[in-house]
Each structure stands twice: as C-alpha cells, then as structure tokens.
Design a protein around this ligand. Structure first.
Ligand code: SF4
Ligand code: SF4
Length: 345
C-alpha cells in the first residue's frame, strides 16, 4: 500500500485530515520535557511521570513501528463560539465536550480503519487516541496536516483547529512526501490577548515561540485540577464550568471553520443552566454526563466550577443555590461556594 492509498482510505473512513509521519524521535520532545520539568504541566502526573520520556518516540509503544498515520476528525458544530454566546445564567462547556466522549468514537473508527489496512497489507499496528503517551500534535505537524499555533493547537489552513486527533502506528514502511505545514500565525497575537488568565506565554530559548502554562489555564482548572482553584484566577474564569475555547474562538483560521454533519458530534449539553447544575446530586451528574468528556471533572470538581461561575455571574438570584452548596459535604465545594457568595455580595 502506498502512502497516497492509505490517506485515501482514511478519508474514505470519514477522517477529514490524514497524513503520514515517520516513526522515530520527535524533535519537539526536548521542549516538551523542558516544559514539564519547569512545572508548567501543573498536577497532571500522567504528563510528567515515566510516560514523558516514552513520548519521545512512538517505538516505545510499538517497537516495530515504521510509520504513523495521523488523522483529524472535525467536530465543529453550528453553535456560536463562547466569545459570541450571551447568557450569564448558563455555564459554558467546551465545544469538544458537547457530545459522547470522543475517545470512544475515535477508537471505534480508528479500529475499523486499522483492520482495513491490515486486511490490505498485513502488519503490526496500534491505535492511539489522546491518552497514549505520544506527541500527537507534533506528529500531526510532521504528517503535514497543520501547524502548531501560538495557542498550541494544531491548525489546518483550510479547516481550522476543531479537530480530534488520532493515530495508527504501523509496521509498514511508507514513503511520505509530507512536509511540516508552514507556520501561518505570523504576527497575529489574538489568542494571547484574548486569554483571560494570560496562560499563553512566550518561550525563552529553543522550541516554539509560545507555550501554555497549565497552572494559569481555565481548561486545566475546570477539568484536571482536583482541589482548590487559586483565588486570584477565579474571577477571570467567567462562566466556564468545563474547559475553555477562547483561544480557538478568536483564531482567524477558525473564522470560516466548516461544521460537521456527523451525528456522533451533535451538540448536546451546550450551555446548561447554572441553577440546575448546582442542584444536581452525584447520581444525577453521573447519569447526565456518563460517557461524555464532562465525567472527567468529577462531581466535586464540577460543583466547584459551578460555584465559581455563579460567583462571577453578578446575579444575586444564585445566592440560594450557593448557600446550599456552602453546606455541601465536600470541603472544596463549600469553600468555593463561600467565595461565590462573597463575590455576589
Ligand atoms: S484554553 Fe482558555 S485559559 Fe487556556 S490558554 Fe486557551 S484561552 Fe487561555
Ligand atoms: S489566534 Fe493568531 S497567533 Fe493565535 S493560534 Fe490563531 S493565528 Fe496563531
């Protein structure tokens, strides 16, 4: 099978972006290891433990790998961007989390694609989606499907950045003529200026021009951080209760981003009522968000986020819900609810 045929097969399986990178050391790893060593990954252990070194080379996952097929699945919908949405009564959930957990959808579809490849050209392969320790955005860049923007997202010149990435490591030797896509951020600094918490910071030394300091990023606070959100950061979080899209919403390459017709990414849970969210029991949370990315915040973290959003709303009508949260059995929820009440008063 040629690289060209493989890419055509991936597109036939519904992946809008597809390219091939060689398996081997990834040049961007040095900056990644340095980024993690400087503490910019915050408390995300899975990014800084022994798996950080594994990310240097996909052969740590499949020793026979010769090539990496990198695909992108468009998930954008016609719903407004967070920067255009107006409703302080509601919380904001990141665009990628509006539907069923993409890890499940991507894995199913990549497995079908891998089986088709194997039927055509028998090989060893490994399917990877997000959680596997590899440098997926850097590999996507080397596969020629986009560049890494100052917001650190992969951006495709024609289709923007609303893509889930996935990889199939292959023992097949494939000649790919792909060159890394040129960096088209140029002098633009929109994402840097729009970030409410100044999380996109310049890099001193070798590597990309900018990096994200997770310890200042709303996505990190609302999804990954398990305990208390640093108080000086809370006001800037606005109504975000799960993730943040601002640095993608303002990117000019997303101005005309296409939308998907794929029913797997139909928008559910776009901007839920804060009042309803604050009154959810643990069981209701599990029922509502089972098999969606929102599960990852966990019940306690989600209520913490809702309390912050209520405190930032300026609406005293949320006082009663916050008073209930201030008596919650969980200490973290109580503390953030107290903070929210103080903000409203
Ligand atoms: S996700 Fe939000 S907080 Fe994080 S870097 Fe982008 S704009 Fe800033
Ligand atoms: S907003 Fe501008 S600087 Fe930021 S990623 Fe997009 S093009 Fe690059």
């Amino acid at each position: 099978m040629t690289a060209h045929q493989l890419i055509a097969m991936a597109q036939d399986c519904g992946f809008e972006l597809a390219g091939i990178a060689a398996a081997g050391p990834v040049a961007e790893s040095n900056h990644y290891i340095d980024w993690a060593a400087r503490g910019l990954a915050g408390e995300m252990r899975y990014l800084i433990d022994h798996r950080a070194e594994m990310r240097r080379d996909v052969r740590s996952l499949l020793p026979s790998a010769k090539s990496v097929l990198v695909v992108g699945k468009l998930y954008n919908t016609a719903e407004p961007y967070s920067t255009a949405a107006e409703n302080a009564d509601n919380g904001w959930i990141s665009r990628y989390a509006w539907s069923r957990d993409y890890h499940l959808t991507m894995k199913e579809r990549l497995t079908v694609l891998a089986q088709r490849i194997d039927a055509d050209s028998p090989c060893e392969y490994k399917v990877c989606v997000d959680t596997a320790p590899l440098q997926e955005r850097a590999l996507a860049k080397h596969a020629g499907i986009g560049w890494l923007g100052k917001n650190t997202c992969l951006i495709n010149q024609q289709q923007g950045s609303w893509f889930f990435l996935g990889e199939i490591l292959l023992s097949l030797e494939l000649e790919s003529a792909a060159m890394p896509a040129p960096d088209r951020c140029g002098t633009c600094t929109r994402c840097i200026e729009a970030c409410p918490t100044d999380a996109i910071v310049p890099v001193n030394g070798a590597g990309p021009s900018h990096e994200v300091d997770s310890r200042r990023c709303i996505s990190y606070f609302t999804i990954e951080l398990r305990g208390t959100v640093p108080e000086p950061m809370r006001e800037a979080m606005g109504n975000h209760i799960f993730g943040c899209d601002i640095c993608q919403d303002v990117c000019p390459w997303n101005r005309k981003a296409p939308v998907t017709a794929d029913p797997a990414f139909t928008a559910l849970n776009v901007a839920p009522s804060l009042d309803q969210m604050a009154r959810m029991t643990a069981q209701q949370f599990r029922q509502q968000y089972r098999h969606t990315p929102v599960e990852r915040a966990r019940y306690r973290g989600f209520l913490r986020n809702v309390a912050i959003a209520m405190g930032n709303s300026g609406h005293r009508k949320f006082e009663s819900a916050l008073q209930s949260l201030a008596m919650h059995e969980d200490e973290v929820v109580r503390e953030h609810a107290e903070w929210g009440l103080t903000q409203l008063s």
